[in-house]
Structure formats: C-alpha cells, structure tokens
Design a protein. Structure first.
Length: 187
C-alpha cells in the first residue's frame, strides 16, 4: 500500500467513525401514548393503530391495514421534523406481517420521506424500494429503508411516513412496523 492509499484509508476510517449518527425521531419504538393512541409525536390516518401485538422491541408497534373501499387507499403514521437543506437523510423501519393476518393480493407496505418548504409545498419525496407484500415471509421482521436522499434547497420540514397501500382488490391483512429511524447521513 502506498502512502496515498494509506492516507485515503485513514480518511475513510475517520469518516465512518465520525458518522455514528443518532436517530432524529422521537418515540421511534411507539412506546409512548396519548388519548388518540399514538404519542403526540405522530399523526395517524386511515386504519393505523398502536398495538401490543408482535412488537419488534418494547411492548408496542404500529399496526396498519386498508379501509376496504374498493379503491386505492392508504393508512399510515407520520412524524415531522425540521429539515436541513443539503443534508442527506436515511430512513429505516422494521416491518412484518403475521401468518394469521397476512397481506393478501396487491396490498403492500413501505416507508416514505417527504420534504416541504415554509409554505407547505412538497418539494421532493422518496419511497423505499423494498416493500412488505403478500410474498414477504411471514412472522419475521425485515427492514424497509431509503439509503439516502438529499434535502432540497428551501426544505424546511421533513416528514417520515409509514404506509400501507391497499388497491382496488381490497387485499386484506395487516402490516406491523416498529423502530423507525431517521439519520442525517452526510452533507
Ligand atoms: Ca416498539
């Protein structure tokens, strides 16, 4: 190894050790509660509930299922945090479905990140490539993640959304999600 390569290695070791980023989200394991179910850190919509059934850690997880309207619909739970324009963010959540209420048909679950400006206009979004589907192995958690998205110029707010998407086929089944993480990976 020449001197330059060695210096390069030292640089990457330093970069990696300096990136032990902490989770920006509050109540990431859904252990907190309020009158509406979830802690006040979250906003839930559709059929999203905080349940003590097969959590990943702690005693609770988010449970999502469709509304059976015969049209595309979404249930979810989200959390907003201030955005740092130019920073690269990564998100992850642990997700599973259970064999006694497994996802059916086109129903699937994923994680999404959305950026908004001060006026509340959406500037950018990204979804996890990996999704929980009827083909996913039941009764075990798997990570759904977005490896990195840069907060655009003008971004004031970042929203992490855990989503269950039900299609026209009214596919039944529930997704459980727990331990959601948002980290600022780099600039
Ligand atoms: Ca939990």
């Amino acid at each position: 190894m020449n001197r330059f390569a060695f210096a390069l290695c030292l640089f990457f070791v330093a970069a990696l050790s300096g990136s032990a980023a902490e989770n920006i989200l509050t109540d990431s394991s859904f252990e907190g509660s309020s009158e509406s179910g979830f802690s006040t850190s979250y906003i839930a919509f559709g059929n999203a509930f905080r349940e003590g059934n097969t959590p990943h850690t702690g005693e609770f997880a988010a449970k999502l299922f469709g509304n059976f309207s015969g049209a595309m619909n979404w249930s979810g739970v989200s959390q907003d945090v201030p955005a740092d324009p130019g920073a690269i963010y990564a998100v992850q959540v642990m997700a599973r479905h259970n064999s006694n209420d497994a996802l059916q048909g086109e129903t699937c679950a994923f994680i999404k990140i959305e950026f908004y400006n001060d006026a509340g206009e959406q500037l950018a979004t990204a979804e996890s490539k990996s999704r929980l589907t009827s083909d996913s192995k039941a009764d075990m958690y798997q990570p759904l993640k977005i490896a990195g998205i840069r907060a655009p110029e003008g971004a004031a707010k970042l929203r992490v959304v855990l989503l269950l998407e039900q299609h026209e086929d009214n596919g039944s089944g529930a997704a459980y999600m727990d331990d959601v993480e948002l980290i600022k990976a780099a600039r």
